[in-house]
Unconditional design. Structure first.
Length: 133
């Protein structure tokens, strides 16, 4: 029997990174604004409303649409050149026992490339921590 259902080519990856910062406004600034994202996520980020233009090096760039956000809680972007239904989300979470903040990341990876996506986020989070978060 032939069906019209597409075979998924992406898999969801969920990661969590503990932060040293206790300042939600500082964390929010770093994940939700072009200058904040430029400090750790990409070499340059420009925003023209809902579209964020990310550049790495001289030749690599991508555009992501801000598809959802909640002030001081999370941002969700969709890469315009990626499959419908995919996104990457950065969410601020607080551990009630320790009062530490963390970032929860939801991203999508090509099947078999999950480790590569984890490694890219690990590198980005190292850069974020060097910024004092």
């Amino acid at each position: 029997m032939i069906t019209d259902k597409a075979i998924p080519t992406k898999t969801k990856v969920v990661l969590e990174y503990v932060l040293s910062s206790q300042s939600v406004p500082m964390i929010w600034e770093s994940i939700a604004t072009a200058p904040g994202l430029t400090s750790w996520f990409a070499d340059n980020v420009q925003s023209d409303g809902k579209n964020f233009h990310f550049t790495w090096g001289k030749h690599e760039s991508r555009v992501a649409e801000l598809i959802n956000c909640r002030q001081n809680t999370y941002v969700r972007f969709h890469w315009l050149d990626d499959e419908p239904g995919t996104f990457f989300e950065i969410r601020i979470a607080k551990n009630d026992l320790t009062s530490n903040y963390s970032l929860e990341i939801i991203d999508f990876a090509d099947l078999g490339a999950e480790d590569e996506v984890r490694s890219l986020w690990d590198t980005s989070m190292d850069a974020l921590r060097r910024c004092g978060l």
